[in-house]
Write a protein that binds this ligand. Structure first.
Ligand code: HEC
Ligand code: HEC
Length: 310
């Protein structure tokens, strides 16, 4: 994103800072001691962001403006619906934004910050990343926020289900913890589920448990790539005949990084393998009604939602 495209007021603020900086520097010395220094420029960029880009006002200037919400909706379709679903109700890649409970805060300023800066370490991109070109202007971000407000529920949803019982199932009879970690406890074959509750729609969570192979989870480390690595299942046979089953963590034309079902990490040169077979059949067992009743599933999801917003 080109920060100065954001708005005239930001431009003014930055211009002022630039002058102030220049004035301060002139009184010290005539030449920039960091001229051509890429690292200094980087530091300067974050200063610039902190002082200028974020000085946007705290309140949405379009609050309650139905026309702005309408414009925001088309921005949302173009930039956000891919992950957050139609109607902002969430999907396999991003949370339901109609929920009042939001992990990263639900004030106007919180939403602005999340949308502008993204959520580092997750698939939520900063403004201007991916295919968004130069990114949205400050005004456009506020219009998107107006749209989110227009579809947001009026009150915090009552979480149905018994989260306490869900936790017992997770670590107990449903055995989710043999493959999944929550807050540092559990297995590593499947994705860490500590924030999955707040990062996915409820429908998606149900589908993940009932029909895991329908949509495979996205690998977090790959989140920012356009085609992110999924948790594909892989079977390899090494030259000495050892057979390994696991999930793909990372892959390029020449190498494969995988985690096997005993949680051992392997890095293979593909041409040094006897065979390599990938499949979209999840390593997670499908839990049908007999193994896990609808009520127990509800309790498990209540648990995922409860830890998700912490
Ligand atoms: C590539 C997928 C992707 C795209 C595109 C995307 N998001 Fe997100 N977004 C996510 C994920 C994943 C999270 C959850 C991050 C986490 O784990 O905390 C998220 C979180 C958020 C949150 C915070 C929710 C909370 O509970 O606090 C907001 C608000 C949000 N996104 C708005 C947007 C808007 C508006 C756009 C479009 C301009 C957008 N996102 C584009 C994936 C995406
Ligand atoms: C044998 C290992 C194993 C067990 C047991 C297991 N899972 Fe999984 N799970 C995985 C793997 C591997 C994936 C990634 C592939 C996929 O999406 O199915 C996954 C994916 C998921 C996802 C999708 C996460 C995302 O970010 O998209 C959810 C939700 C989930 N599991 C919940 C559960 C719950 C709840 C239980 C217990 C009822 C459970 N899992 C039991 C291995 C397991």
């Amino acid at each position: 994103m080109l920060p100065w495209r954001s708005s005239p007021s930001l431009f003014g603020c930055c211009l002022f800072l630039a002058f102030a900086a220049v004035a301060a520097q002139l009184s010290a010395q005539d030449k920039n001691p960091f001229a051509g220094d890429a690292k200094a420029a980087k530091v300067g960029e974050s200063q610039f962001r902190a002082n200028c880009a974020l000085s946007a006002q705290d309140k949405n200037p379009f609050a309650g403006d139905a026309k702005a919400a309408k414009i925001g909706e088309s921005q949302f379709r173009a930039n956000c619906a891919f992950c957050h679903g139609l109607g902002a109700r969430g999907g396999g890649r991003g949370p339901d934004l109609t929920r009042v409970q939001k992990r990263h805060g639900n004030s106007d300023a919180d939403l602005f910050r999340t949308i502008n800066e993204g959520v580092p370490g997750t698939a939520m991109p900063p403004n201007g990343a991916m295919q968004q070109g130069v990114g949205m202007t400050e005004e456009e971000i506020w219009q998107v926020i107006s749209y989110i407000r227009s579809v947001q529920a009026k009150a915090p949803a009552q979480i149905v289900g018994n989260a306490g019982h869900g936790k017992e199932l997770f670590y107990g009879s449903a055995a989710c913890s043999t493959c999944h970690m929550i807050q540092g406890k559990g297995g590593r074959l499947g994705p860490d589920l500590s924030t999955t509750g707040s990062a996915r729609s409820t429908d998606y969570l149900v589908e993940s448990v009932r029909s895991p192979s329908r949509r495979l989870a996205q690998g977090i480390s790959e989140a920012m790539k356009e085609f992110s690595q999924e948790y594909e299942t892989v079977t390899v046979v090494t030259l000495d005949g050892t057979k390994l089953l696991g999930v793909v963590l990372n892959e390029d034309d020449f190498t494969l990084q995988m985690l096997d079902t005993r949680e051992q990490l392997h890095l293979f040169q593909k041409d040094k393998l006897r065979s390599l077979e990938k499949s979209r059949e999840s390593l997670m067992p499908a839990y049908d009604q007999k193994t896990l009743s609808d009520k127990d599933l509800q309790d498990l999801i209540a648990y995922l939602l409860a830890v998700g917003v912490q």
